[in-house]
Design a protein around this ligand. Structure first.
Ligand code: ADP
Length: 629
């Protein structure tokens, strides 16, 4: 070793970091390139900034550039930049000690993390320069400060605890980092590999990342050209007016893997306590990954163009998992940790702003392009409904975005709650709904008879999730939501209804004694044409909910709650039963009629008869009686 080569030791914590990085974070080793490119880009930003007041720093070289040079024979990779460069002192300071508090924290976390989560951590931390030792046996840094042409410095280390520094000549300003790759990391000398890593991690770096590429022309003459590997288009940092629809759509493809254009593009700068850029998209179709398997939640998080993570869950709630895109926050430190992200008040602010932005956009879409909104809703309405139960703060806003089929809308058409309320006449004070499997069945249930006669609309809740959101939807615009098939519909003339109830008390008592799952029999205020129907208690489960729970295996059929049987006392069948009962309370036909009226009600609500054979037998009995009489 010549006398001017100085051997120095890494500070002790750094030794541990190096050790941990090289051993426990190995599965994400390729991020080293992202880190080195990001450092190079920062160094260029610095000299560009400093040269504004000091021309000499430019040294007539303003062609900002980061160059990657693989060498297969030597098994090396060199990353060079013409940025600010480092002097002997700064190189010892920066590459020999822990400069950033974030690095210390990283170490702490690594120590405490479970072995399995260690590889995850590297993605969250900018572990910086030292990550190079994951792929390199030795790293050489040759650097020279801008404006100081005489004092080049060479730093060499094998990452084992020591490094050397010596003075060298370096013609160009900036830094050159030469990685002597480990024998098993030859792949990083492959051009395709470098290309794909740059594309993946550093595509939006502002400065060109270049590589020499040998090309052959038609005459087979070889020549070397410098290819730019990154697209450099950080669309989200550009102003809206500078970005074309094609560029937005293309970018959407890269973040969503969805090849149809997005329904909406949301691009803005958030200002206030934090400054951040948002470029997110509302898809028009359910992307592939949402149909199969689990969807990752959250937009990409960039910090000044450097990709920090692919899905930042802290930035969007799970129900908005269909929203794809990018958030770039300049105020976050690059070496931010996952834990720091979790409790970060800046991210909380961005999240609430982003959610409001998305919901507002949807509302606008609903107002200005209703048909487009409807087709969006068909794909993603269920997701919005999830939000009703989870996003309390925005519940009202989400409620406005809901659409339902209804008795009065045509098939496959919808109404919003607002449209429903606007169409209500002065006599109607509540919003009525009916839940069930499909529109056809609901259209023919007896529960609609009252509403049909009054010309009041009834919302159809035919999405299985509807049953689960109803508790979060007690009212809209001051109007209560009332189930058309529950014991909540009161008679217009209550005293008349009470009187009738008394008149029929004897018959109802006799009927109830013959039925197993009926808790009460009532004079119906809702039936106009049918003879009978079953309703649930006001706070009980609807029959639809029971069917859903049974399908999910969450409820035994036997456990279904007893229901209320309502009878239409104007109906000839009920009248006839009444006269049979009045003539003789022991008439065997009472039992027959009772079961038939009950079974009709079961069929009408869309449930299955427990004993269809018995039903058929009773009908046949009736036919025989009729023929014989
Ligand atoms: P971080 O980038 O998070 O600060 P690093 O370990 O990556 O941590 O780098 C430490 C420091 O070394 C940087 O802050 C910077 O001052 C200096 N540095 C690293 N790479 C370069 C480079 N290519 N040019 C100039 N300075 C650099």
């Amino acid at each position: 070793m010549s006398s001017d080569v100085k051997k120095l030791e890494f500070k002790s914590e750094l030794k541990q970091i190096l050790n941990l990085i090289t051993h426990s974070l190995y599965s994400h080793k390729e991020v080293f390139l992202r880190e080195l490119i990001s450092n190079a880009s920062d160094a260029i930003d610095k000299v560009r900034f400093d040269s504004v007041n000091n021309d000499a720093l430019l040294e007539n070289n303003k062609e900002w550039k980061i160059k990657i040079t693989p060498d297969k024979e030597k098994n090396t990779m060199t990353i060079s930049d013409n940025g600010i460069g480092m002097s002997r002192e700064t190189i010892i300071d920066n590459l020999g000690t822990i400069a950033k508090s974030g690095t210390k924290e990283f170490l702490e976390q690594l120590k405490n993390a479970e072995a399995a989560t260690k590889p995850e951590l590297i993605g969250q931390f900018g572990v910086g320069f030292y990550s190079a030792f994951m792929v390199a046996d030795s790293v050489t840094v040759i650097s020279r400060t801008a404006g100081d042409s005489t004092n080049g410095v060479k730093w060499v280390s094998d990452g084992q605890g020591e490094f050397t520094v010596e003075q060298v000549e370096k013609a160009e300003r900036g830094t050159e980092i030469i990685l002597t790759l480990k024998a098993e990391e030859k792949e990083f000398t492959e051009q395709w590999k470098i290309r794909s890593l740059v594309k993946q991690f550093s595509d939006f770096i502002e400065h060109p990342v270049v590589m020499d590429v040998e090309k052959e022309d038609e005459q087979k003459v070889k020549s070397v050209t410098e290819d730019v590997l990154n697209s450099r288009k950080a669309l989200w940092l550009r102003s809206k007016s500078d970005v074309t629809k094609e560029e937005y759509d293309q970018f959407y493809q890269t973040v969503s893997n969805d090849f149809s254009p997005p329904a909406r593009t949301i691009h803005y700068t958030g200002e206030g306590v934090v400054e951040f850029k948002v470029l997110v998209f509302i898809p028009s179709k359910k992307p592939f990954d949402m149909m199969f398997g689990e969807t990752k939640v959250g937009p990409r998080l960039y910090i000044r163009r450097v990709l920090i993570m692919d899905h930042c869950e802290q930035l969007l709630p799970p129900y908005l998992r269909f929203v794809k895109g990018v958030v770039d926050c300049a105020d976050l430190p690059l070496n931010v940790s996952r834990e720091m992200l979790q409790q970060n008040p800046m991210l909380e602010k961005i999240k609430s702003n982003l959610v409001k932005g998305v919901l507002k956009n949807l509302e606008e879409m609903m107002k200005s392009s209703y048909e487009e909104y409807v087709s969006f809703y068909k794909e993603f309405g269920t997701f919005l409904k999830e939000g009703l139960n989870s996003d309390w703060a925005n519940r009202e806003q989400i409620t406005k975005l809901l659409l339902f089929g209804s008795m009065k809308t045509d098939e496959k058409k919808f109404t919003s709650l607002q449209q429903y309320v606007d169409a209500m006449g002065s006599e109607q004070n509540e919003i009525y709904y009916l839940s069930g499997e499909d529109r056809d069945v609901l259209m023919h249930t007896p529960y609609l008879e009252l509403f049909r006669s009054k010309q009041w609309d009834v919302l159809f809740m035919t999405d299985p999730i509807d049953e689960f959101i109803l508790p979060s939807l007690p009212e809209f615009g001051g109007k209560k939501l009332v189930a058309a098939d529950k014991n909540e519909i009161t008679a217009e003339n209550e005293s008349e209804n009470k009187e009738l109830q008394l008149t029929f008390a004897g018959l109802f008592g006799a009927m109830k004694a013959k039925l197993d799952h009926v808790k009460e029999i009532k004079v119906s205020a809702r039936l106009k044409e049918s003879a009978s129907c079953l309703v649930s208690d006001k706070d009980g489960m609807s029959s639809n909910m029971e069917r859903i729970m049974q399908k999910l295996g969450r409820m035994d059929e036997e456990k279904a709650a007893d229901r209320i049987l309502e009878l239409n006392v104007e109906h000839p069948a009920v009248k006839s039963l009444k006269s049979i009962y009045d003539a003789s309370a022991d008439d065997p036909r009472i039992e027959l009629f009772t079961h038939i009226l009950y079974d009709q009600a079961v069929i009408a609500e869309g449930s299955k008869l427990k004993d269809p054979a018995a039903f058929a037998q009773r009908i046949n009995q009736l036919l025989v009686d009729k023929t014989n009489s």
